[in-house]
Design a protein around this ligand. Structure first.
Ligand code: ZN
Length: 126
């Protein structure tokens, strides 16, 4: 069972604000404006602080190359498997994906040979 609130007190509220003395009225409006501003800005401020904290944490996060465990510890070895953390480049066969170049070959489907499915042509030898 829901009980609806009467509407008339809310309609009388602006009239009561108008009846207040000028100093009290401006003080009330200032306080309400400050509360509204704080309610609007606090989530933005919290989001910015959370973003900065995440950046700081992710910079200190280290991932073990052997077992893949991510840890925040300042030690020189993985706490799970004991593999020492290395600061050298990734091993052969694993290249940095940011520097990788992907060769894409466009194939005209209407002129493709019938026996081979299009798009599966082997890349040219280097
Ligand atoms: Zn490990």
């Amino acid at each position: 069972m829901r009980r609806t609130l009467p509407l008339w007190p809310w309609l009388l509220l602006p009239l009561l604000v108008l009846l207040l003395p000028a100093g009290a009225r401006s003080l009330l409006i200032d306080v309400l404006g400050g509360i509204t501003l704080a309610l609007l800005l606090l989530p933005l401020l919290g989001g910015g602080l959370a973003f900065l904290a995440w950046r700081l944490l992710s910079r200190r996060l280290r991932t073990c190359s052997a077992c893949g465990l991510s840890s925040l510890g300042g030690g020189s070895a993985c706490p799970a498997c004991g593999t020492p953390y290395s600061t050298e480049a990734p091993p052969e066969g694993l290249s940095d994906a940011r520097n990788a170049t992907i060769n894409v070959e466009a194939v005209d489907v209407s002129n493709a040979p019938r026996n081979g499915s299009p798009g599966t042509t082997p890349p040219p030898p280097r």
